[in-house]
Design a protein around this ligand. Structure first.
Ligand SMILES: *[C@@H]1O[C@H](CO)[C@@H](O)[C@H](O)[C@H]1NC(C)=O
Ligand SMILES: *[C@@H]1O[C@H](CO)[C@@H](O)[C@H](O)[C@H]1NC(C)=O
Ligand SMILES: *[C@@H]1O[C@H](CO)[C@@H](O)[C@H](O)[C@H]1NC(C)=O
Length: 350
C-alpha cells in the first residue's frame, strides 16, 4: 500500500466509526433505551377534513385540555400529503399514505393570537400513575422555499396542568408547569426552546441562551431545518428527581440522529409537576411585527406518537442553590422566627 493511501484509510475508518457512534436510531429503540414502556399513537383520519371537522376530530380523539383548541382552530385542516415522495432522509418505516395535518400561518401573522395553532393534548396513564419521563415523535414538513424570517415555535412537550404558565413570557418557577417546544430561527437554524427554572448559573453555559421573555434556547443552530421535504423530530424529557437536584435531561433526535443532548437541568421544583402531554404550539414569533410572515404559508405534520414512563432521571446532578421565591420566603420567615427566639431568650437571660 503506498504511503499516500494512509490518510484516505484513516479518513475511511474515522467515517465508519462516526457512522457507528452517531448512526440513526429509530424512536422505538430510543424509547427502549430509556425504559419508556408505554406508548400511544395520536390517530389521523383516513380522508381529508375541513377545519371544523378537524377540530371535532382532535377534540374527540386527541384528549385536548379543556376540550378545545386554545388558538387558531381555523388554521388547522387534514389535507393530502404535499410531499409524498420526499420522505425524511435516512428514516425507515414511516407510513406515507393518508392525510396529514396542515397548519396555516396567514400573511402578516405572528404570535399565537394572530396565526398558527396552539393546543395541549393530555395523555393520561390508564392506571392513574404519573409520567416522569416522556418522549414525542412526529414528522414535519415546511412549504418549499419557506421564509423563516426571524423564527417561530414548533410543537414539543408540556408538564403541569397550568396551560397558560411556562410559555408566552410567563416565567417558569418549576412549581406548576414546564414546557419544552422547538424553534426554528433565521435561515432555519433549529433549537429546543424551554420554559424551565435556570438555577446554578445555567444561563452562563455556552449551550444555553436565556432570552428576555424567560424562554431558554438549548443548543441553537445544532441542526438546520430543510423546507420542501419531511423531517422526523423526536424529543425526550426525563424530569429531575429529587426536585432540588438538577439532573433533568432533554434530548432531540433529528431524522433519528442525536442532535441535541442537554443534561444537568432542573425542569421542576416540585414532584407535583409531571409530564402531561404533547404541546402543539406553532406560530411565527415572537410577539411583535418584526417576526411576522410576509406571505401566507404552511407546515404539515404526520406520524405523531408518544412514549412514557413513571421513572424520572437517575443521572447525577448538582444541588440547586438558588431556590425559587416561595422557598426564599419560607427561609426568611424561619430566619425571622429564629431571630425573635434569640431576642426573647436574651431578654429572659438578662
Ligand atoms: C437508569 O435509567 C436508565 C434508563 O434511563 C436505565 O436503563 C438504567 O438501568 C438505570 N440505572 C439504574 C442504576 O437504575
Ligand atoms: C387527563 O387528566 C386531566 C387531569 O387530571 C383531566 O383534566 C383530563 O380530563 C384527562 N383527560 C382524559 C382524556 O382523560
Ligand atoms: C398559571 O400561570 C399563570 C402565569 O404564570 C398565572 O398567572 C396563573 O395564576 C396560573 N394559574 C393557576 C391556576 O395557578
Amino acid at each position: 500500500m503506498p504511503p499516500s493511501a494512509f490518510p484516505a484509510l484513516i479518513l475511511a475508518l474515522t467515517l465508519a466509526y462516526n457512522a457507528q457512534a452517531a448512526g440513526p436510531i429509530a424512536p422505538t429503540a430510543v424509547a427502549a433505551q430509556y425504559g419508556l414502556t408505554t406508548s400511544t399513537i395520536l390517530p389521523f383520519p383516513t380522508a381529508t377534513q375541513s377545519p371544523s371537522d378537524t377540530e371535532s376530530h382532535l377534540v374527540s380523539l386527541w384528549g385536548l385540555n379543556k376540550a378545545h383548541i386554545q388558538d387558531g382552530p381555523e388554521n388547522l385542516a387534514f389535507v393530502a400529503d404535499p410531499f409524498p415522495s420526499k420522505p425524511a432522509p435516512g428514516v425507515a418505516n414511516t407510513p406515507t399514505t393518508g392525510p396529514v395535518m396542515q397548519v396555516t400561518y396567514p400573511e402578516g401573522s405572528f404570535s399565537h393570537d394572530t396565526g398558527g395553532v396552539q393546543f395541549y393534548s393530555l395523555w393520561n396513564t390508564t392506571d392513574g400513575s404519573s409520567f416522569n419521563s416522556m418522549m414525542v415523535s412526529y414528522e414535519i414538513a415546511f412549504d418549499a422555499g419557506f421564509d423563516w424570517v426571524k423564527g417561530g415555535k414548533l410543537p414539543g412537550l408540556r408538564g403541569g396542568l397550568n396551560s397558560t404558565g411556562c410559555s408566552g413570557g410567563n416565567k417558569a418557577d418549576g412549581l406548576d408547569c414546564f414546557s419544552s417546544r422547538l424553534m426554528w430561527r433565521k435561515d432555519g437554524a433549529g433549537e429546543i426552546y424551554a420554559y424551565i427554572p435556570t438555577p446554578n448559573n445555567l444561563c452562563s453555559q455556552s449551550s444555553i441562551t436565556c432570552n428576555s421573555d424567560f424562554g431558554i434556547s438549548i443548543q441553537r443552530g445544532s441542526f438546520i431545518f430543510q423546507s420542501g421535504q419531511w423531517t422526523r423530530l423526536t424529543q425526550i424529557i426525563q424530569l429531575n428527581n429529587p426536585p432540588d437536584v438538577a439532573n433533568g435531561y432533554i434530548a432531540l433526535y433529528v431524522n433519528d440522529v442525536l442532535a441535541i443532548s442537554q443534561t444537568g437541568l432542573q425542569i421542576r421544583a416540585s414532584n407535583s409537576v409531571v409530564a402531561n402531554g404533547f404541546y402543539f404550539s406553532t406560530f411565527f414569533g415572537g410577539s411583535d411585527t418584526s417576526w411576522a410572515t410576509p406571505v401566507t404559508t404552511h407546515t404539515f405534520f404526520r406520524n405523531v406518537q408518544l412514549w412514557g414512563s413513571s421513572s424520572s432521571s437517575n443521572m447525577t446532578g448538582s444541588l440547586v442553590n438558588d431556590a425559587p421565591a416561595s422557598y426564599n420566603l419560607k427561609s426568611s420567615m424561619t430566619l425571622s422566627l429564629s431571630l425573635m427566639t434569640v431576642i426573647v431568650a436574651s431578654f429572659f437571660c438578662a
